[in-house]
Design a protein around this ligand. Structure first.
Ligand code: ADP
Ligand code: MG
Length: 683
């Protein structure tokens, strides 16, 4: 049997290309697509015994199905078992579904229980119609949930992973040297993989310190270290263009309506030193949200322009790219420096113009998303690449931009900016290939943020507070954060909050933005908020990164107890940017675990990103599943640099050991875990 995907039962060419989006190219890769979490569908719960906020499997008959209009069309079904009634609510549905859920049909549902004024409900549950004569058997073990991509159902993915597992598990090579496996007492690789994909005991899957998971985490962190160290060594050997003319930079500093903070000046100095060298800069700029990284980026770009070179600024979303563009235009135009924005919604003519300008060199600065490194964007003389909010970008993207000026026998300097402070102890591991600069103060003259914590029963009071703030001309965010594995599934919470706020706060304009909306709608929603038409913007974590609306003074965060400290801090950083005093309201669900309590206390007590990052590290309990994971520069599959920090001393030692004594396995380990993210090295 071969290892090609196409040789697996049930896999055709269409599926192969979907899998490639997940960076899966062979059956072996499937084995290393590891579950993000597990769901328990092994037993049916009674409706009367459902726990609010938890996911559960229930079964009952449909009492009523109807399509209603409450601000928008929705499908409402009521399901009853012998203990109670629950409402199923769907905002996206087909005629077919309305028919399917006819009265008296037996239905099995899996979803999260919530409570509204009209009783219990599940929004967009997964459901199956059940034949009462011949009911489907329940799952016998925990159901793994895999990271997926659009149009690839979990069920399908599970099936092919199971098939790959049974075909390949016996031939998957153990790459770690035998002596190391023995010394560290590691579980064999095959055993670990089997346990992770098909946990033999209930709940074992969610425990990060269990030996099976730990075994894989160690191997992944090791691969990550080996790859980053090698990357740094190799990049530093490449030639880069020395950039030294500070003229434009000085002009902008003089023209700014504010004075740079001490930190900003220091960091600009550090960057300037790097750029003078004919060795590529590889610098990470850490600075809390609102600390003023954009102006630092602008000044760096002006040094490149001063030396008659081009610079590119890459943002994680189109929204942010536009925001940067607006800022840069206002700063650069008076200097005669030309800036272009590459966005998806350009007319063919405008697009051609941008491409030509970049290729001929009439455009000095280009701003955009990852579209900047498409093969059809050809640069005349790209000498500096700046990546904003690195955690949405992989090493891979950075590398493909680097290749852009390869024909000139030099690679661009790189500046990576992040608002996620990483404790110093971890920086090496997270960003092993980068030198670090830190902006550790905020500009003066901000109104400050007060943070309060309220239980969800008091949501009414929160709404009153918002009405008051809006009456004073302020605006508010209402965030329903990402607690599912994908934005795809998470829009539900935002949708229902949107409906609730629209119904309750009729005097206000409520906006909505989430990942399921088209990008046109997203941009429209953000524009309306930016120019003040919308009073309250309901959002998922789409707004997490970089959005700058200085008039917004209230941030409500739902499910705060389920979020990590870093994420809470990031979200809160969206307010407190103007001169007004701001308020952050964290809504939680009882009962609070001890750790959650401590976390909320920390976030209330301090606004210092580095303090918060250190606390985050201390408070991460083993086995705790938080909303998002800290992935570092290379997307990690199973490890989490913060959570697994306790392993780092071992990993560091192991890295040296392998480099010195087993250089032959480096390539294989890196390929297995980091894959083609580092494929550039063969170029
Ligand atoms: P971030 O680091 O989160 O990207 P920004 O670059 O968006 O922060 O800056 C936040 C706001 O602070 C912007 O409106 C910017 O113009 C302003 N700002 C930046 N530096 C200073 C400064 N030294 N003094 C006053 N305001 C500043
Ligand atoms: Mg920013």
């Amino acid at each position: 049997m071969g290892t090609d995907l196409i040789e697996l039962k049930g896999v055709g060419p269409a599926l192969v290309s979907k899998l490639q989006k997940l960076k899966i190219y062979s059956q072996y890769d499937l084995l290393f697509l590891l579950p993000i979490r597990y769901e328990d569908k092994t037993c049916l719960q009674k409706i009367s015994a459902l726990v609010l906020g938890e996911k559960a499997l229930i079964q009952g008959t449909i009492v009523l199905t109807t399509v209603v209009y409450r601000g928008r069309r929705m499908l409402i079904s009521q399901l009853s078992d012998d203990t109670g009634i629950i409402t199923l609510r769907m905002f996206h549905f087909s005629k077919q579904q309305v028919k399917q859920l006819a009265k008296n049909t037996l239905v099995r549902c899996f979803g999260q229980t919530r409570k509204t004024t009209s009783g219990l409900e599940m929004i967009h549950p997964e459901y199956q119609i059940i034949d009462p004569e011949n009911p489907r058997p329940l799952e016998t073990g925990l159901t793994p949930i895999y990271p997926s991509t659009e149009g690839l159902q979990q069920g399908r993915l599970r099936k092919i992973i199971r098939a790959a597992l049974s075909q390949q598990i016996d031939s998957i090579p153990e790459l770690l040297p035998h002596s190391i496996v023995k010394e560290l007492g590691l579980v064999p690789l095959t055993e670990s993989l089997l346990e992770i994909h098909q946990p033999s005991q209930k709940n074992i899957g969610n425990e990060h310190k269990n030996l099976f998971r730990q075994r894989l985490i160690i191997e992944e962190l090791l691969a990550n270290q080996l790859a980053l160290k090698r990357l740094k060594r190799r990049t530093k050997k490449e030639p880069a263009m020395a950039l030294g003319n500070p003229l434009f930079k000085e002009s902008l500093i003089t023209a700014l309506p504010f004075k740079l903070t001490k930190s900003q000046s220091r960091v600009v100095g550090e960057i300037e030193e790097d750029l003078k060298k004919n060795q590529p800069m590889m610098r990470l700029l850490q600075g809390d949200v609102g600390s003023g990284k954009t102006i630092v980026a602008a000044l760096a770009m002006l040094i490149a322009v001063g030396s008659k070179q081009q610079a590119a600024l890459m943002a994680p979303t189109e929204l942010l790219a536009e925001q940067h563009f607006d800022n840069l235009v206002s700063w650069f135009e008076p200097l005669g420096v030309s800036v272009a924005l590459l966005k998806s919604k350009l007319s063919a003519k405008d697009r051609r113009e941008v491409f030509t300008g970049v290729a001929e060199g009439s455009i000095d600065i280009i701003v955009g998303t990852h579209a900047l490194f498409q093969p059809n964007v050809v640069y005349k003389r790209l000498a500096l690449v700046i990546v904003d909010e690195q955690h949405r970008f992989g090493v891979e993207q950075r590398l493909s931009l680097m290749k852009k000026s390869r024909d000139r026998n030099s690679v661009p300097h790189q500046l990576i900016m992040t608002a996620t402070p990483i404790p110093r102890t971890l920086a090496m591991t997270a960003y092993g290939d980068l030198d670090a600069s830190i902006i550790d103060e905020l500009p003066k003259g901000r109104g400050g943020i007060e943070t309060i914590i309220v239980p969800e029963e008091k949501r009414d009071q929160v709404m009153e507070k918002i009405v008051k703030e809006c009456a004073r001309g302020r605006q508010s965010y209402w965030v329903c954060p990402l607690i599912e594995e994908s934005e795809e599934l998470n829009f539900q919470a935002a949708e229902s909050t949107y409906v609730l706020l629209q119904e309750t706060l009729q005097q206000l304009n409520i906006g909505l933005v989430h990942g399921k909306l088209s990008s046109v709608k997203k941009i429209k929603a953000m524009e309306n908020f930016k120019n003040g038409n919308t009073n309250v913007l309901v959002a998922t974590t789409v707004i997490e990164v970089g959005v700058d609306v200085t008039n917004s003074s209230v941030m409500v965060i739902e499910n705060a107890e389920r979020l990590g400290l870093t994420q809470l801090h990031q979200l809160r950083g969206r307010i407190g940017r103007g001169k007004h005093k701001s308020l952050c309201i964290l809504i939680y669900k009882k009962p609070l675990s001890l750790i959650a309590k401590e976390r909320l206390a920390v976030i209330r007590a301090t606004n210092d990103g580095f303090v918060i990052a250190e606390k985050d590290l201390q408070l991460r309990g083993p086995g705790e599943l938080l909303g998002t994971r800290q992935k570092g520069l290379i997307g990690l599959r199973i490890a989490d640099i913060m959570r697994d920090a306790y392993l780092l001393p071992v990993i560091n030692k192991l890295t040296v050991d392998i480099e010195e004594n087993y250089p032959d396995v480096i390539e294989k380990i890196v390929r297995r875990w980091v894959g083609d993210q580092l494929e550039y090295r063969n170029v």
